[in-house]
Write a protein that binds this ligand. Structure first.
Ligand code: PEP
Length: 257
């Protein structure tokens, strides 16, 4: 169902897991589990090498396809990189940008992520733009400041008209892949701040439409309470997206709201 004007979205980030054939098998299982439901938006984000087989497996499905990264330039001498045009040619509709693993292990800066967000929107790809604080930053009470800077810098040059295509994911770094989840209240507090900040950057109307996903060890056992929060519009799911059962279960929990 929907939260006022926002439909829940459950997105799976497979990270560096699944070959092309393993990915297609997982999608077939997800398709079987979900049937043709349209109450909840569902996206899977396989690694680049599994996008083509995943797109084929998704041909008659309502599940959409996303990538986990892209380069801001359309083409050129950028060895090892993949552009928005290439992702569109593989039927991708979404792309995860600014994931904390890319910020940390590949030194991606706010301004580089900003270039990608703008390029994705220009190419009609929906960015799932990730923000979040580290444990150190949370303990130093810098969460709001850190997330606010990531939003302001990452969304430079984005217009309020682009809001229909923009998705934000709040992922506290200390909760990713650790089994530690933010309590629903902790998550809601930051989601509310994010929506307020989106309102000052893009305007109130745009902010009301943008889906803000929670990410960080979300699983069927803790999803319901998180999804009940006023500003949590879905989940970006890592570990629990790697097999069909918990992933399908998460979509069903969102659909039951
Ligand atoms: C992620 O990496 O986007 C994520 C939320 O991972 P996990 O669900 O495994 O914490």
């Amino acid at each position: 169902m929907a939260k006022t004007i926002r439909k829940y979205l459950i997105a799976g980030n497979w990270k560096m897991n699944k070959t092309g054939s393993e990915g297609a098998d997982l999608i077939r299982e997800i398709n079987l589990g979900l049937g043709k439901q349209t109450d909840v938006g569902v996206v899977v984000c396989p690694p680049f090498t599994a996008l083509e087989s995943s797109a084929k497996a998704l041909e008659d499905s309502n599940v959409q396809l996303g990538a986990q990264n892209m380069h801001p330039k359309q083409e050129g001498a950028y060895t090892g990189e993949i552009s928005a045009v290439m992702l569109r040619s593989l039927f991708c509709t979404h792309v995860i940008l600014g994931h904390s693993e890319r910020r940390e292990y590949f030194n991606e800066s706010d301004s580089f992520i900003n270039e990608k967000v703008v390029a994705a929107l220009d190419s009609s790809l929906k960015p799932i733009f990730c923000v979040g604080e580290t444990l150190e930053q949370r303990e130093a009470e810098q969460t709001f400041e850190v997330v606010k800077t990531q939003l302001v810098e990452g969304l430079k040059g984005v217009s309020s008209e682009a809001a229909d295509n923009l998705i934000v994911a709040y992922e506290p770094v200390w909760a990713i892949g650790t089994g530690k989840t933010a309590t629903p209240e902790m998550a809601q507090e930051v989601h509310k701040m994010i929506r307020d900040e989106l309102s000052s950057i893009l305007g109130e109307g745009a902010a009301a439409k943008i889906r803000i996903l929670y990410g960080g060890s979300m699983k069927p056992e803790n999803a319901s309470e998180l999804l009940d929060q006023a500003d949590i519009d879905g989940g970006l799911i890592g570990g629990a997206a790697l097999s069909a059962k918990p992933f399908v279960e998460l979509v069903k929990i969102a659909a039951s709201k």
